[in-house]
Every structure is written in structure tokens, then in C-alpha cells.
Ligand binder design. Sequence first.
Ligand code: NAD
Length: 360
Amino acid sequence: MRIGVPKESASGERRVALTPGVVDRLVQKGHEIVVEAGAGEGSYFSDADYENAGATIGAAYEADVVVKVRRPSPDEEERLSDGTVLVGLLQPLSDPEAIERLARRGVTAFALESIPRITRAQAMDALSSQATISGYKAVLLAAERLPRFFPMLTTAAGTVRPAKVLVLGAGVAGLQALATARRLGAQTFGFDVRPVVREQVESLGARFLDLGIVGEEAEGGYARELSADEQRRQQEELERRLPEFDAVVTTAQIPGRPAPRLIPATAVEAMQPGSVIVDLAAETGGNCELTEPGAEILHRGVTIVGPTDLPSTAPLDASRLYARNVMALLEHLAPEGELVLDFDDEITAAACVTRHEVRA
Ligand code: NAD
């Protein structure tokens, strides 16, 4: 198979879809890899690294299979031809029109986000690999901005109490945030609407914050959206509890829906000056009413950070993990080296967001 690796063009995007290590393994399996010049620069991989791994530097969009991190920009869409197979984080739920455009171009597209979260597909789970980085980095952002220590310190000048960190939404990113905050010495607390999460939170040495709201787990392990009344009760309860915490990391998401609103402006105003909120749901509207996506604001002494590109801030590991996810999907789609798209297979059928007759 001829596999193309374009340079990502989205502003601030430093990741690359395949790393030289993964290229080496794919070349050994008989694939031909074409990497666009400079594609790995943001992740500290040079063109020479790719050539040493067996790739050629050239026209990545002319390959049979084009592997990307972000979904193609309109300019990049123009470079995809009829029959090309595209793999990437294509945001099929938040941007169905872009998928329509790919369909009109005759592209067969696989979105890593749409892969079912079943045991057999774990190696392809890019949502988890990238969320792990987001959770870790969110806590570092909070620690950096907090005007106090995370750990407890006993010094000659007195004792410093540990910071109290609350994580709202304890899925993949949230659990990593809890683990990271605890390693930094904070007292950690977690909340999630899925009842199974309590045990996971506690296994990380954190306390489960009882808000009296118990939601449900829907298909695929995701949360069901709360009813309007449950949402209102959750907001009220959080408004009462948030002043206890120095830093709050929010990660709550419902697939294909705007982020649930957990923290209204009034709850921010109830927090102590100097407190910090890092809102990982910024890109889908934010868990906090005051979050501005991609920005950091100060509201009555409370810092609110709304990062939208955290995986890209650790591009080396983000690319390494992502590349392994992509490789696992490619091996699934082409077990003997050539694409054999079996749409009766659960993973192939779910990941495919638009299809066209594939070139032999
Ligand atoms: P996500 O990014 O969709 O959501 C993050 C978290 O927000 C979830 O834990 C969700 O329950 C929570 N949430 C939603 N609404 C909320 C609200 N109003 N208040 C508080 N929390 C709220 O989820 P994710 O981290 O991608 O994954 C969630 C789950 O999917 C995992 O914990 C796991 O059960 C499952 N999963 C399974 C596999 C697998 O089996 N291969 C892999 C990854 C994830």
C-alpha cells in the first residue's frame, strides 16, 4: 500500500500522523510511505529521520491512503482524489458538512473517533491516547497558574496545606488528571455522572465528591446527557461545593453534543480569588459558562483556561501514541498488506464515515 503522510496545516498543530519508528515497521511489512517535506518538524522528526526509516519525501496526497491528525482543511480537501482512503481525527459528529464534501470528492474516510471502544479496538483508540495527554497537561497548567503549592510542606516558616483539586468528568482525561494532581501532592477529588467511575476515582487515591446526582452509562461506556432538572441540580450543588477547591479541571463531554454546562458564572464568583479552572471541554462549548475557547481569562480573581490544543503541546509522545493508533487501524483494514474493506466488521463499519469504491 502507498501511504502518504502530509504536513499538518492547522495553526498550532505540531503532531504528525506517522513517526519514523512506525514508518520503519510499516516499510518492513512491505508498504511504501511518502512523507511531505517538514511533516515531522513540529514533533522533532527530520526528513532525514523518515528517509532513514525507509520513507521517501514527496507528494503525500497522491498516495492510496492518506493519514492525517486533523481533518483536512478546504485546501487540503482539494488535494484528495477520487478513490483515496483518508484516515484521521475527522470530527464526523461536529462537522458533518466536511464529511459530505469528502463524499462528493469520492474519498473513503475513516474517523478514529468513530471506532467503537471495544477491547479488540483498544490499540486504535486515539481518543484515549490523546485524552491522556490532555489530562496530564491540564493539571500542569493549573499548577503553574495557582498562586500556591500543590503539595503539603512543613517548613521552618510554617506548614503549607496541600492544594485541593477537583476533577469533574472522570473519563480517560479526568482519571489521568487525578493521577497527575496526586503525584504533585494535591488532595484530589473527582466527580462523574457514571456510577462505575466512583471506584476508579478512589483507586487513584482521590475522594469521590457526592453531588447527589447519579446518571447512567449509555452504549459504548459514554455518559447519557442529564435531564434539564438534573443539570440544574448539578449546577446548584457545584456552586455550593466549589469554594472548597483551589483548582478545578473539567472534562465532561457527551459525544456529538455541546459540552454539559457544569459551572455557571455565579459558581465561579463564589470561588476564592486565586483559584483556577482548566476547562478541557472548551472546544465543544465549555463546562464553565465563562470559558473562552483557546484563551485564558481572569474573572473576579479566578483564572479560567480554555485550552483547545493540549495534545499538541506534548507533540513527541502525542505523535508516537497517535501513530501507533493509526498503524493498528491500517493493519486492521489491510491485514495482508492490501486494503480489504469488510463492512460486516464492527470496527471497519463504525470507523468509515463515507465510502467510495476503493482502488484495487
Ligand atoms: P468523554 O470524553 O466522552 O467524557 C468525559 C467524561 O465526562 C466521561 O467520564 C463522562 O461520563 C463524563 N460526563 C459527562 N457528562 C457529565 C456531567 N454532567 N457531569 C460530570 N461528568 C460528566 O469520555 P471518555 O473519557 O472518552 O470515555 C468515557 C468512557 O468510555 C471511559 O471511562 C470508558 O468507560 C469508556 N472507554 C472504553 C474504552 C475501551 O473499552 N476500549 C476505551 C476508552 C474509553
